[in-house]
Ligand binder design. Structure first.
Ligand code: SF4
Ligand code: SF4
Length: 73
């Protein structure tokens, strides 16, 4: 079953300081993205998810996020 992993960017805040979803996902599906990789502006950085067909729906990313920013569908 395909899983949609939705990140609420208004809740996520500063992903470069948090990174918890990147660190905990056993399938390493999360990545950090910015159009400007030299930017120090937290608003320009986002976590994104690739290869969602590899998600096992373990729920670890949802549980670890301190801002309740991740939803699985
Ligand atoms: S549910 Fe588990 S496998 Fe899927 S993205 Fe979250 S941590 Fe990764
Ligand atoms: S765990 Fe939550 S707050 Fe932290 S980077 Fe991931 S989505 Fe953002």
């Amino acid at each position: 079953m395909k899983t949609d992993i939705i990140v609420d960017y208004d809740r996520c805040g500063n992903p470069r300081e948090c990174k918890r979803c990147l660190q905990i996902c056993p399938s390493a599906l999360f990545m950090m993205y910015s159009p400007d990789y030299e930017s120090n502006d937290p608003d320009e950085w986002r976590v994104d998810v690739a290869f969602t067909d590899l998600c096992t729906r373990c729920g670890d990313c949802v549980d670890v996020c301190p801002n309740d920013a991740i939803t699985l569908k």
